[in-house]
Write a protein that binds this ligand. Structure first.
Ligand SMILES: [Zn+2]
Length: 262
């Protein structure tokens, strides 16, 4: 009994020491270029060496609605609606973006940016999550029109256009181009983007708290026919605190909030 007690104490001390080192190993402010830290201070840059794993259910988006004219001018209206019927133009590109501090995976450096107001609130959200022991990092945030073009047509080459259209945005139809959206993930789903994130502790916390920081879960479960996208518990969109609170409390989508549902 005595020996076991001693061993346990030593093991606990070693664990405390290890955690101490891990917590102090990197300050987000002092990141060298190209290195991305998790919110808990752990280096997660090399976690995802393979292709991104995106696990989605099959869902038929039905007949597309009549498209609205392209949005060409960058705006500070955080409620800008971008979807399959409200596309952005090829030229739409915010010029005021800043780098996200808390990211995971090994995506292109150019996809680690958001507009300043969204980035600042994302950092606050990630830091609030850390307070209760959850790490929420960004896989990708900003995506240019050209990047969307490459992504969409690589899916078309792999799965055909009809299939790709169900789970991927055509160029200009992704709100990632606004610099207000991000795909996030956490350790409990192995830094993947999967619908299981909706049941993961961090994903549940995100769904219940994102509105406090001006974010919404943009593609909720059961709203596929309205948003035009499958359930994506990992995709957050900055809309500002007031709209986010109302969207959260009423359990609606951005389309419904803006009265854009037929
Ligand atoms: Zn996304």
């Amino acid at each position: 009994m005595h020996n076991t007690g001693c061993f346990t104490m030593v093991a606990v001390l070693v664990l405390i020491l290890l955690l101490g080192f891990a917590a102090g190993c990197s300050a987000p402010e002092a990141l060298p270029t190209g290195v991305c830290a998790g919110a808990l201070g752990t280096k997660v840059e090399k976690v995802m060496q393979k292709d991104p794993v995106i696990l989605r259910s099959d869902w038929d988006p039905g007949t597309p609605r009549e498209p609205a004219p392209e949005i060409a001018t960058v705006t500070d209206d955080w409620l800008i609606l971008v979807n399959k019927t409200h596309p952005l133009s090829k030229e739409y590109a915010p010029s005021d973006m800043v780098r996200i501090q808390y990211c995971v995976g090994d995506h292109a450096e150019s996809m680690r940016y958001m507009r300043p107001e969204a980035a600042e609130h994302f950092h606050q959200m990630a830091e609030a999550a850390v307070q209760i022991g959850y790490e929420i990092g960004i896989r990708t945030a900003y995506r240019s029109y050209a990047q969307q073009y490459n992504i969409f047509y690589s899916y078309v080459a792999r799965d055909g256009e009809e299939a790709a259209n169900k789970y991927s945005a055509r160029p200009g139809q992704s709100e990632h181009q606004t610099g207000l959206s991000a795909d996030v993930t956490s350790p409990s789903v192995n830094y993947e983007m999967t619908t299981d994130y909706g049941q993961a502790p961090e994903g549940i916390w995100l769904a219940e708290n994102a509105h406090r920081f001006g974010f919404i879960i943009r593609y909720p479960l059961g709203k596929e026919a309205i948003t035009g996208y499958q359930y994506e518990p990992w995709h957050v969109r900055y809309v500002g605190a007031e709209a986010a609170a109302e969207i959260y409390e009423r359990g609606i989508t951005l389309e419904e909030y803006l009265g854009e549902v037929e």
